[in-house]
Structure formats: C-alpha cells, structure tokens
Design a protein around this ligand. Structure first.
Ligand SMILES: Nc1ncnc2c1ncn2[C@@H]1O[C@H](COP(=O)(O)OP(=O)(O)OP(=O)(O)O)[C@@H](O)[C@H]1O
Ligand SMILES: [Mg+2]
Length: 279
C-alpha cells in the first residue's frame, strides 16, 4: 500500500506521448471541478492543441454525462483501450467500466490501481495536454497520481466562501507535501448576474479565492460566475464552450485556458530545457 512518507518515482513510460498532465482538484466536493475540467479541456483544444481528459473520480464519474458519451470504448484483447473522442477531445472515464447504479466499495489501494490503469492501459497517444478530473479531497486517487505521473501542475477549483477555502488549504498542503506544482486557483460560482435586471449578487460571497491566492502566493487563474447556462449545458453533454462559444462565460474559460498555457510555458516543465551551465 502506498503511503505519503514512501516516496515513489513518477514513471516516465506510463504515458510517454503526453506533454503536460494537468490535474483539476478541489478540497470540497461539488464546487465545479468536473465542469471546469471539461471546459478547460475544450478551451485548450480550441487553441489547436491535442487534448485528453481522464475522469479519475471513481466514486462519482461525471465526464461521460458532461461530454454526452454513451458508448463504451471498444477494446481488443491484449491491446490498450482506445479513448472515446467527444467534442474534439479524447476521454476516458472510470464510468465506462462501471455499472452506474452499483455503489463502489473499493478500498484505497484499489482506487490507486484503477487510476494507474486509466493511464497505463489507455492508448492516449500524442497529447499536448491531459486533464485529470479528480474526486474531491486528498485521497488515494490524488496520491497515486502525484506519485506515478510527472504532473505539470495542479489547478485548484473553489467556490468563494470561507468553508470551501478552508478545504482548499488542506488540498494545497497535500500537493505541496508531494512536491506537485500548483498552477493556481479558479473561483467558480464566483457571482450571479440576474438575467432579468443585470444585478450582480455574490451568493457565496465573492473574491475569496483571489484573496486566498494572494495571501498564499498562488496564482489566481480567473473566476467563473454561477449561471444556469453553465449547468444546463454541462448536464446536457454539450459544454458551454460548444453550445454557446460566444457567451461571456465561454470567454471566461478561454481566459483561464490562456493563463494556464502562459504559466506552463514559464514553468520548469514548460518544454524549455533549463539552462545548464558547466563550468
Ligand atoms: N459556474 C457554474 N454555474 C452554475 N452551475 C455550475 C457551475 N459550475 C458547476 N455547476 C453545476 O454544479 C454541479 C456540480 O458541479 P461539478 O459536478 O462540476 O462539481 P464537482 O466539483 O466535480 O463535484 P464532485 O466533487 O462531486 O466531483 C453540477 O450540476 C454543475 O452543472
Ligand atoms: Mg466531479
């Protein structure tokens, strides 16, 4: 069984064709990780990049629904599993291999093994970005990922209220402990604009994630409002970037994706080799 104090080397041969692995994480459940992961993946792919998304949420996989994937990948005996392509991105979900109505009662090490399999046994091919949609919190899926894959960075999603931000700190500390670089934080459900009168209501308060980022030296990647069109399109399997590419909310996701691209370009894993000077 893996443990936090048992350092493991990431395996560079697990997903050899993938340039950047970006994990989308949150301290608390239900803050919009999967919605953000899907829209971030699509925004990245709309820049011309090749993008995959892996649904590592064993307990509540939601990527198949959000991308409207109903078929299961057709695997051949002894070969890697081909991902399903939806809205221009390659997707694989634990949900493909599970019965929707059967509760998952796996123990920790099994969760870790399943996450590893979704990396190793899937034909991801050549990808610029592989987005990993994590379950909430700091459990076995997170640990396996940080131990097995050289992560380019972690994107933290939070709603703005204090109770969510308290959990963000726990998540950030966990990723820091295992030396996973944090790209920054996104404030989801940041504010609500009344469609009738245009008034902005700060339902979960507003700006908390930005303050948290500033206080802890993290990058702030952007905010996304609470809006029924984001939920409806996600639930219908046509993410807002596909259904309403010209909406202001889609622009928000594009801004976040551009921020992520910029930060990756500046990061040590950004494709540029460090300058090594031999004296
Ligand atoms: N900005 C938003 N505006 C309106 N609804 C949203 C927004 N972001 C997410 N939602 C909705 O909130 C619900 C939870 O979102 P989502 O499933 O993405 O959260 P999650 O953090 O992945 O949850 P879990 O922790 O269960 O994996 C969904 O119904 C989704 O459509
Ligand atoms: Mg989710």
């Amino acid at each position: 069984m893996s443990a936090m104090n048992e350092p493991q080397q990431p395996d560079p041969n697990l997903i050899p064709g993938v340039k950047h692995v970006i994990a989308v994480a949150s301290g608390k459940g239900g803050v919009g990780k999967s919605t953000t992961a899907v829209n971030l993946a699509i925004a990245l792919s709309q820049t011309g990049a090749s993008v995959g998304i892996m649904d590592a949420d064993i307990y509540g996989p939601s990527i198949p629904r959000m991308l409207n994937i109903t078929e299961k990948p057709e695997g051949e005996e002894g070969k890697k599993i081909p991902p399903v392509t939806a809205h221009g991105i390659k997707a694989v979900s634990m949900g493909f291999f599970m019965d929707e109505d059967t509760p998952v009662v796996w123990r920790g090490p099994m969760v870790g093994m399943a996450v590893e399999q979704l990396l190793r046994d899937v034909e991801w091919g050549e990808l610029d970005y592989l987005i990993i949609d994590l379950p909430p919190g700091t459990g076995d899926a997170q640990l396996t990922l940080t131990q097995k894959v050289p992560l380019t960075g972690v994107v933290i999603v939070s709603t703005p209220q204090a109770v969510a931000l308290a959990d963000v700190r726990k998540g950030v500390n966990m990723f820091k402990k295992v030396d996973a670089p944090i790209l920054g934080i996104i404030e989801n459900m940041s504010y609500f604009v009344c469609p009738k009168c245009g008034h902005q209501a700060d339902i979960f308060s507003h700006g908390g994630a930005k303050q948290e980022a500033e206080a802890t030296g993290m990058n702030f990647l952007g905010d996304v409002p609470l809006d029924s069109s984001i939920r409806e399109n996600a639930d219908a399997g046509t993410p807002i970037l596909i259904a309403q590419p010209d909406s202001p909310h889609s622009a928000k996701y594009r801004e976040i994706a551009n921020r992520v691209i910029e930060l990756i370009a500046q990061s040590p894993k950004g494709g540029k080799m460090p300058n090594i000077v031999i004296e």
